[in-house]
Design a protein around this ligand. Structure first.
Ligand SMILES: Nc1ncnc2c1ncn2[C@@H]1O[C@H](COP(=O)(O)OP(=O)(O)OP(=O)(O)O)[C@@H](O)[C@H]1O
Ligand SMILES: CC(C)(CO)[C@@H](O)C(=O)NCCC(=O)O
Ligand SMILES: [K+]
Length: 257
């Protein structure tokens, strides 16, 4: 009766198997694979798994990647995967995007995970949801669970590569984050980090002004742990926000009773 959750990003596929489709269910196995190596899943890590009863995922990589993931699943099991599409509302979150379906499903799922966590931890309040992956997204959700809007900015890696390819003199090793960088490495690393933490601060300010309450801030994504020490706003790092969202959606859609 296991549940396989899939998060197919622009750089890596992350997967997790839970005992049941329910937030807080026991995590039985998990892993991550760079998109170039997806083909190894069906004769590698996934071979030792029991056939999952449910498979639910979100994909923001292109259709060719999605097809390759489906082939891997198909080689091993009969279970038909379901893929989350952003809609006008689901699992207690409503979608303020101009065209709800155009919102990246990873953003939608992470918001559902965050809202679930927020409500489990106390009375409703506004929250900011930060995802630090290949790209960075910062979303605003109001007290009622309405996604008001969010921003997309380049991730740390893309920022650095853009600077490297657009200049003659910016090829240097990774530096440290510091308040007043005095060498090129530290200047680049701190610049990328401040761009992200500054964007989060700004969105938290926007949301606080809009709602009149200090928002909770949740952060997730592969590079979240790198960003966490440099945030200027208090912020809770939750590695599993996308999986929590998938569990919550699956629970509401699939669980009997
Ligand atoms: N250990 C690290 N040190 C520095 N930067 C990192 C590290 N890990 C990840 N990053 C940065 O974070 C970005 C995305 O990393 P990662 O692939 O872990 O995230 P992700 O959430 O899996 O991304 P996606 O979901 O978009 O595939 C990369 O662009 C990289 O620059
Ligand atoms: C912004 C990313 C790349 C973040 O992973 C993804 O959510 C995406 O491709 N979104 C589609 C565009 C949008 O959300 O407006
Ligand atoms: K992601």
């Amino acid at each position: 009766m296991t549940f396989l959750a899939l998060d197919v990003g622009n750089t890596r596929l992350k997967w997790a198997v839970y005992e049941t489709p329910c937030v807080g269910a026991k995590l039985l196995a998990h892993g991550a694979q760079f998109l170039e190596n997806i083909e190894t899943l069906s004769d590698g890590e996934w071979t030792s798994l029991a056939e999952p009863k449910w498979v639910l995922g979100c994909v923001v990589a292109g259709d060719p990647v999605k097809r390759r993931v489906m082939e891997q699943l198909d080689e091993l099991w009969d279970t038909q995967p379901q893929w989350v599409v952003s809609t006008a509302s689901e699992a207690g979150v409503s979608n303020g995007y101009d065209h709800p379906a155009r919102l990246g499903s990873d953003r939608w799922v992470a918001m559902i995970g965050a809202r679930q966590r927020l409500l489990a931890s106390g009375p409703p309040r506004p929250c900011v949801v930060v995802m630090v992956g290949t790209a960075v997204t910062v979303e605003a959700i109001d007290t009622e669970g309405r996604f008001l809007g969010g921003i997309i900015l380049p991730g740390h890696g893309i920022m650095l590569r853009a600077l490297e390819s657009g200049t003659a003199g910016l090829h240097v090793p990774t530096g440290d984050v510091c308040d007043f960088p005095t060498n090129t490495s530290d200047a680049l690393t701190s610049g990328g980090t401040f761009a992200i933490s500054g964007a989060v601060q700004r969105m938290a300010d926007n949301l606080q002004r809009h709602c009149g309450v200090v928002p909770a801030v949740y952060m997730t994504g592969g590079a979240g742990w790198k960003m966490a020490p440099s945030m200027s706003t208090p912020c809770e790092l939750v590695d599993s926000l996308i999986f929590d969202g998938l569990l919550e959606i699956a629970h509401r859609r699939m669980a009997p009773g």
